[in-house]
Design a protein around this ligand. Structure first.
Ligand code: GLY
Length: 347
């Protein structure tokens, strides 16, 4: 743990050393310098949600060959976006209540202090790439809906049907069982009725120069109200990156992550000296504390899930969840699935 106290006392010393100057001391207090993790060497590393186990391996491999951190992370998450069997992201992601797949993504590039995002993007398999284009080629950060699609098409993306036979079937089952009084016959008892899920991939990476990037991409909450966006395309919620400190992001109930600016808050916890795991766990605590009563069981434990993933400038990784969960990490040598820290044992 650092350092906060010692940094304060350093500033105190610096301020007294220039006593006599009317300008410098007031600047020092008005613009306190961020605590910067400079003491340890950086390394190639990556952390992501568990579905990113192939992605962290790809991202680290690419960074080791000299590819930029964000470009490597985009290639890592694209594996899931293009995988029809991952129903939480990109192609094959579960649709909204109208049966339309709407995708969200955001990214940050630490070295250049830039961000890009898209929300409710339809018909494009890889929203991560479109978010990066918003970042690279516009003065904006977030494009949504029809405008985001037109923007993607202008760069040559192909519009495709993002529903797979499996994701359409899941939606049809959900629609059939949606209400007792509609005209759709219910799915017979005992059959899969299309349970509601949130799924996402968040990935945060560092290279040996200490450059950091982060990205999150998702199809969001299944059967959502059309137009709903969660935390994933919200810079500071679904992911956040500060090249001096680290990066963090989330999966799970996006509305609750937005309530605590989860990505940003986790990076701020690391700025205060917490390890990535402790920083993520502290953000989980805040999310529970900010949960409305309807989101809590009578014993105060949340009735929903949220997980935060974090990496610091030294390439140390960690993750924490409300309940026991798993995540993927690459330490520069190998990619492994690990257990998250958690607040409550499984209910
Ligand atoms: N965390 C993904 C979402 O809520 O959309």
């Amino acid at each position: 743990m650092m350092k906060h106290t010692s940094r304060r006392s350093f500033l105190g010393t610096a301020a007294s050393a220039v006593a006599g100057s009317a300008v410098v001391p007031s600047l020092v207090s008005a613009f306190p310098a961020p605590a910067v993790l400079r003491s340890r060497a950086s390394k190639f590393a990556a952390v992501s949600s568990a579905n990113g186990i192939r992605g962290v391996a790809r991202a680290v491999e690419l960074m080791m060959s000299g590819i930029d951190t964000l470009d490597a992370a985009v290639e890592g998450v694209k594996i899931q976006e293009l995988d029809p069997n991952d129903n939480s992201v990109g192609y094959g992601g579960l649709p909204n209540e109208a049966g339309v797949v709407q995708l969200d993504a955001s990214c940050m590039h630490g070295p250049t202090k830039r961000a890009g995002a898209v929300g409710a993007l339809e018909g494009i398999k890889t929203p991560s790439e479109v978010a990066r284009l918003v970042m690279k080629y516009t003065d904006h950060i977030l494009l949504v809906g029809e405008g985001a699609k037109r923007f993607a098409l202008s760069y040559g993306f192909q519009e495709v049907d993002l529903l797979t036979p499996e994701s359409r079937e899941a939606w049809l089952r959900w629609r059939a069982n949606r209400g007792k009084d509609d005209d759709y016959l219910d799915v017979p008892r005992g059959e899969d009725v299309g349970a509601r899920v949130t799924g996402t991939i968040n990935m945060n990476v560092t290279n040996a120069k200490g450059e950091i990037s982060s990205i999150t991409t998702t199809s969001g909450l299944s059967w959502k109200i059309p137009g709903r966006v969660g935390d994933s395309p919200i810079v500071g919620a679904g992911q956040y990156c500060d090249n001096d400190i680290g990066a963090a992001g989330s999966t799970g109930r996006g509305e609750s992550c937005i309530m605590v600016c989860g990505g940003f808050l986790t990076v701020e916890h690391m700025r205060q000296g917490m390890s990535p795991t402790d920083a993520a766990l502290e953000t989980c605590r805040r999310a529970v504390a900010m949960s409305a009563p309807r989101l809590l069981h009578p014993d105060g434990q949340p009735n929903y899930g949220l997980t935060f993933y974090a990496i610091n400038k030294a390439g140390e990784t960690g993750a924490a969840s409300f309940y026991p969960s798993r995540y993927a990490a690459h330490d520069g040598n190998e990619a492994t699935i690990r257990d998250t820290a958690y607040l409550f044992p499984r209910r």
